[in-house]
Design a protein around this ligand. Structure first.
Ligand SMILES: Nc1ncnc2c1ncn2[C@@H]1O[C@H](COP(=O)(O)OP(=O)(O)OP(=O)(O)O)[C@@H](O)[C@H]1O
Ligand SMILES: [Mg+2]
Length: 501
């Protein structure tokens, strides 16, 4: 049978899925053609992941239909999805850590496919799309980008030509994202149908052919990418006019944090190398750098999670180097910390919003009893200030969408009235609207004298929001710039270690 080009390779028609009372997808119809990249856009909790999970056989739809090349299909499991050529790259990878790349790729393949045959297929895909990954490296030794490449290879070797990627770039550096996009473009050229979920509008504009927008579980618009722009997309997404400029507020500055010649070595590698800088209360200091330049160690050293080899970290006159988070707290220093790895640290999935706040609060309560009522009130404020969806403080946080989880974590830290906030990629995974809510919140705290260390990856945001920008490369500070006068090019040079600007 010759396929008419007008029939979409993949189509959902009125797909519906509820979780209890909540209708996560309410009759969602999207389609993608062979040789096309569709971007799926929508606020946090708008139903994007739910939709693609139904297509991938992870959730059973309550209603509606999936069609592959025009034919209705029943997808009850990931195996079914695979049979129809559907491959899904989840945000949290599903590799066996102690297996090598090739072992992961071969895992679960039918017995008649020999290892040698699979190897040949794998190598052919590596060649065809330029997928660089050492096949005999064990998964636990791989970078996030390498793991993602293995997931893509797995899908391809299993015959996928419909590829769905759920926020693939949320975990990648800008350079790695570019590489992924090159690969996706080649796959599109080769006739694959690709759906990509992302919150980054620049990526939508750069990569996709069409954009489909969801709001509160419903289709609210579809655009040819070439005929739209970030503002129009954002307005459709949130359902009202939005202002995409970030305000840099002015605040009274006072001394707060000083680092002097801080170094930290682990297993013979210098992860922080003579780092010196200061942050004032009433200031947002941005930190730019290629991922892995020492940002993580810097944050953890300040928060008392790793020791340092030498140097001094003083917050409000107290020497913090070598103190544990508990000891820092006991000295009356209030430090809020949003780590890079937000699921690993900080929230307990099976507990609700209130209990997760309690986890952080119990120290401030006196006496042997824990009073839940004031904490419930705080939870309610958090949920409304940060527009957590659904606004339900009794819901287990594991049932929240990725972005809403992030809001709860941030809200909880802000609630401790910190004097210093250390935030690492705080808007990762947040929709445009929520990102701006967070910038406003940071500015609001700044006006109240709070100092912030803002580790970011979007240079435009760093330039607009921050007072100064510190640039790191290979554990060293390569420059500290006044954000009002700095340029992207300058920061870019410093990120690669060129100190002469
Ligand atoms: N397993 C689940 N149980 C209960 N509710 C769920 C479950 N999975 C998702 N939800 C709810 O369904 C809604 C849609 O969630 P979904 O994860 O699809 O959003 P999303 O558009 O992917 O958001 P994000 O951009 O934050 O990842 C949310 O309100 C979420 O809380
Ligand atoms: Mg999601």
């Amino acid at each position: 049978m010759i396929e008419a080009p007008s029939v979409p390779r993949l189509q959902t028609i009125n797909l519906t899925k509820s979780f209890g009372e909540l209708r996560a997808c309410d009759g969602v119809s999207v389609n993608v053609n062979a040789g096309e990249i569709l971007a799926l856009l929508g606020e946090n909790g708008s139903g994007k992941t739910t939709l693609v999970n139904m297509v991938a056989g992870l959730y059973k739809p309550d209603g509606g239909e999936v069609r592959v090349s025009g034919a209705p299909v029943a997808i009850h499991s990931p195996t079914d999805a695979r049979r129809y050529g559907i491959g899904m790259i989840h945000q949290h990878f599903k590799l066996v850590e102690v297996f090598t790349a090739i072992e992961n790729i071969c895992l679960g393949m039918p017995r008649e496919s020999t290892r040698r045959g699979l190897m040949a297929r794998t190598l052919a895909f590596i060649e065809k799309y330029g997928l660089g990954v050492p096949l005999d490296m064990k998964a636990y030794r791989m970078s996030v980008a390498q793991k993602q490449t293995v997931e893509i290879l797995k899908a391809l070797v299993r015959g996928a030509d419909i590829l769905i990627l759920d926020e693939p770039t949320a975990v990648l550096t800008p350079q790695e994202s570019e590489k992924l996009f090159d690969i996706l473009r080649k796959m599109k050229e080769a006739g694959c149908a690709i759906i990509i979920i992302t919150h980054k509008l620049a990526e939508v504009m750069e990569l996709s052919d069409r954009v489909s927008i969801l709001r509160a579980g419903r289709n609210v618009g579809e655009f040819a990418t070439a005929k739209t722009n970030p503002r129009e997309l954002t307005e459709r997404m949130v359902g009202r006019k939005v202002d995409l400029s970030i305000e840099r507020v002015h605040a009274q500055k006072r001394p707060l944090l000083t680092l002097e010649d801080v170094s930290y070595a682990h297993a013979g590698v210098k992860l922080l190398d003579g780092v010196s800088f200061d942050v004032s209360g009433g200031e947002i200091l941005g930190v730019a750098g290629v991922a892995g330049s020492g940002q993580k160690q810097l944050c953890e050293a300040i928060a008392g999670l790793t020791g340092i080899t030498s140097g001094s970290i003083r917050l409000l006159g107290e020497e913090l180097a070598h103190l544990s988070p508990r000891e820092i707290y006991d000295r009356g220093v209030r430090l809020g910390f949003i780590p890079e790895d937000r699921l690993g640290m900080g929230l307990v999935g099976s507990m609700d919003v209130t209990d997760n706040i309690l986890l952080r609060e119990y120290r401030t309560q006196r006496g042997g009893f824990i009073r839940r009522k004031p904490v419930r009130r705080k939870a309610m404020t958090l949920v409304s200030d940060l527009a957590v969806v659904p606004p339900d403080i009794n819901r287990a946080v594991s049932q929240l969408s990725g972005g809403n989880l992030q809001k709860v974590l941030l809200g909880r830290e802000l609630m401790q009235s910190p004097q210093l906030l250390v935030t690492s990629y705080v808007v990762r995974g947040l929709d445009v609207n929520s990102s701006y809510t967070i910038y406003d919140l940071l500015n609001d705290r700044k006006k109240n004298g709070v100092g912030a260390l803002f580790i970011g990856e979007d240079l435009d945001v760093l330039l607009e929001l921050c007072d100064r920008i510190l640039v790191m490369c290979a554990g060293r500070v390569t420059g500290i710039l006044d954000a009002k006068h700095a340029t992207r090019a300058q920061i870019g040079l410093l990120m690669t270690g060129s100190e002469a600007v």
